[in-house]
Design a binder for this molecule. Structure first.
Ligand code: PLP
Length: 374
């Protein structure tokens, strides 16, 4: 069995989610008025109520989507459509996931949006909120970065934007099930999450959306999910999502402490056994993430060498047309190509053990030495 250290990419389904999915797999169309429709509807209603209770919102504010990517797209495009007549302006950050980055870019290139990016400092945290003092159709920021794990000042962002009545979308895909979330207390307009990041199935996500201002739909059809995300809902996956969320919230405190200790051990071990490393995960960060650059290497080779040693991790860098380039996140942190091109993201989760960390620490120094010698 490979040692899997890429939980930020996805994680194995929790047994409770598999059980919930199997139990509800026979559900028919929850929109049908007859008995089997009502039965499916009741499973879906239970899932919606569970999500609402765990994330601090009303059931009506829970919109099931097909992914985190779809939730981000609906929120950003939909809020832009709702508000762009008066303020065709968007505020974002340079470290967003492509689901946000490319959506904002599309609105700029094809729909005349003007875009301001909140700057990020060398630790990967949004450092200046002044751009929020200009009204916008939507401001969007991730709660924690998927590469470094850096936790962003989302409460401050929501508060600052409120003074201009700017709706705020929060991409909470990396934090859901890892940090406490109370949608109403946060005061955001919309929030995106994705089941497979907290042990639910791949292929189902969540958008929390206040009644008003609500995003305008970007797809059309039946009126499901308040018309915000039309299409027949996958009842079995919604039920599995709710079960996974319940378990991850219940285990959150204990898991955070356990993963912090493992992550700190990995970090200390890397720093003491390998020269010239740059730790890119700087507090406040998620306990699950450790992003490290090894100058003199390149990310793709590191992944292959690790894979050959039975360790699965990610480069945290994007591959553009076959060229291994440094990630936009490191670039925004002011790291240059020479230092950032050879980077690894280790992301830990509920099945990560002490032995997994020992195995990485046993292999990595020699592997970096080989990568540096070519
Ligand atoms: N936003 C962030 C911060 C992510 O990390 C991801 C997935 O890696 C997404 C959005 C997209 O989620 P999904 O894989 O469900 O489309």
């Amino acid at each position: 069995m490979p040692r899997y250290l890429d939980y930020a990419a996805t994680q194995p389904m929790r047994q409770c989610a598999i059980d919930a999915w199997v139990d509800a797999a026979g559900s028919l169309n929850p929109g049908s008025a007859y008995g089997s429709g009502r039965k499916a509807r009741s499973v879906l209603d239970d899932a919606r109520e569970t999500v609402a209770e765990l994330l601090g919102c009303e059931p009506i504010e829970v919109v099931f989507t097909s992914s985190g990517t779809e939730a981000d797209n609906i929120a950003i495009q939909g809020l832009f459509r709702a508000g762009s007549d008066t303020t065709p302006h968007i505020i974002s950050t340079p470290i967003e996931h492509p689901a946000v980055l490319e959506t904002v870019d599309k609105l700029r290139a094809e729909h005349g949006a003007t875009v301001d990016l909140l700057p990020v400092d060398s630790t990967g945290h949004v450092s200046d909120l002044a751009a929020l003092d200009t009204p916008a159709a939507v401001a969007t920021c991730m709660w924690a970065n998927n590469e470094t794990g850096a936790i962003q000042p989302v409460a401050d962002i929501v508060q600052r934007a409120a003074a201009q009545s700017t709706p705020v979308h929060i991409d909470a895909v990396q934090v859901t099930g890892k940090l406490p979330i109370n949608f109403h207390e946060l005061g955001a307009t919309t929030l995106a999450a994705s089941a497979h990041k907290f042990g639910g199935p791949r292929g189902i996500g969540l958008l929390l959306a206040r009644r008003t201002p609500a995003p305008q739909p970007i797809a059309f059809g039946g009126g499901q999910e308040r018309g915000i995300r039309p299409g027949t809902v996958d009842v079995a996956s919604a039920s599995a999502l709710a079960a996974a969320l319940r378990e991850s919230v219940a285990d959150m405190e204990q898991e955070t402490a356990r993963l912090s200790a493992l992550r700190d051990k990995l970090k200390a071990g890397i720093e003491s056994s390998i020269d010239n490393v740059i730790i890119n995960s700087v507090e406040p960060t998620l306990a699950s993430h450790l992003h490290v650059s090894f100058p003199g290497t390149d990310g793709d080779s590191l992944i292959m060498l690790l894979d050959a040693s039975g360790i699965e991790a990610s480069a945290g860098s994007a591959c553009h047309a076959g060229v291994n380039r440094m990630s936009h996140v490191l670039e925004a942190m002011g790291i240059d190509e020479e230092h950032g091109r050879g980077s690894l993201r280790f992301s830990l989760g509920r099945l990560t053990t002490d032995e997994d960390i020992d195995a990485v620490l046993a292999e990595l120094p020699e592997l970096i030495r080989r990568a540096r010698s070519v």
